[in-house]
Design a protein around this ligand. Sequence first.
Ligand SMILES: [Zn+2]
Ligand SMILES: [Zn+2]
Length: 500
Amino acid sequence: MCRKFRACLRLTEKWLNPNRIRRSQVSRTKVKTGFEEESELSISTESEKNGAIKQEVPEVVTAKTTKKRKTKADKEAEAMPLRPRTQGLRMFVGAHVSAAKGVFNAVNNSMQIGGNAFALFLKSQRKWDNPALQDDHRDQFCQSCSEQEYNAAKHVLPHGSYLVNLAQEDNAKAKQAYNSFLDDLQRCEALGINLYNFHPGSAGQTTLPSALTRLAKALTNALAATSTVTPVLETMCGQGTTIGGSLNEFRDIIAQIPKEHHSRIGICIDTCHSHAAGYDLASPTGFKAFLKEFDEVIGLQFLRALHLNDSKTPRGSHRDLHANIGTGFLGLRAFHNIMNEPTFEDMPMILETPIDRPVSNASRPPTTDTSSATAAHEACASEDSESDLSEPEKPTKKSKAKAKKPTARLIADPSVWANEISLLESLIGMDPESLEFRSLEANLADEGREMREKHQEQHDRKVEAEEKKKKKAAEKGQKSLMDMMKGSSAGKGKKKTADP
Ligand SMILES: [Zn+2]
Ligand SMILES: [Zn+2]
């Protein structure tokens, strides 16, 4: 197993480990989830000022639930969606919503934010052992989808477990990963879902070609064992030995899967990931070139879904940090490109943007209604955090001293998604030269300016350090080569010096 992947798993475990509670840091706030129960979520963040390291991911200190009977008025208020779904669109935008307490709950959670598509986890993405899908949960899911007019076959895109690495080298672990993967595919088929998004995994200590072969073999077996579901490979940010940063890797995977299965293999473009991997999706020409390359290298017939996320980090940073639409390095223009691209019609477009907001300042979108905050943040936050495999920078002495860790109380605020869906849908057919677009674009860019500057600085520092390291290594290499040459030329006479 690769170091990076193990680090990711450790991070996952650490993040989810209840023992992680630091009593001194505990701050509590009552959060009414609006769906199931009253939760006490306590979240703390570390602040970053003058070089102190900010923890990107809110730390869930404790989540305790208490049962409380709801009044009729409470229930009615909860049933009210934050925004109605837009009818008659050819673009199907939604978010990765919570499926806590049963997959059927995801349908209502998507309704709440006016999503015309949605993503969910089919089981806990944190552990290997999960109870089987209950028949009544399955029936309720199917019934809700038909009542609410969601086409589960087309517009529901479950997300695979972060634990699963189908390119795993270790036999026992590969078997465990495959079984969990196949189990998810079978759940999809039981629920009438035809698309299933998952991360391609990582090569670990092995070579990339061998990892792609293992992944292709596992996928082929899973395809042979199922009949209707299409596994959809997600584009990644290309960090470390992670598979899926380059489009070429998808071509190489597909090439190793028998043609008879090709109609049931899909690719999902995650805008944040592909941007971080180095592709230009922001400018209209860059976006067109990206799609052209996708078509030439893989074939657009394989494109089945999108994850719509802006990026906190610059292009080519190989970091996976999702930002709210229009506030990151992609900017609103990137999403204008997407919302007006006919190729993406009828595909699920899923938001995985951050929705945690400070309690005192949960007012980013004007329609914020904190009483209907949902546990859905679990889905979003984990995508953001667990897929960020970058090793945290070591805090300097100075920053350690300054890291006083003031706690900020955060709650999940699904109205952020409701507003982002409205925003994205409004881009369909909008003139990008119009005053309306220009001002939307400028306002959102302004909102994210500080965050972008911070990450640009971090990125520049990292690049500079890497350059220095490379230069040092090259000098060292040249020196030892020269020494070697001197030694050999002393014995054998004159020899041409090799290039460094
Ligand atoms: Zn991500
Ligand atoms: Zn993902």
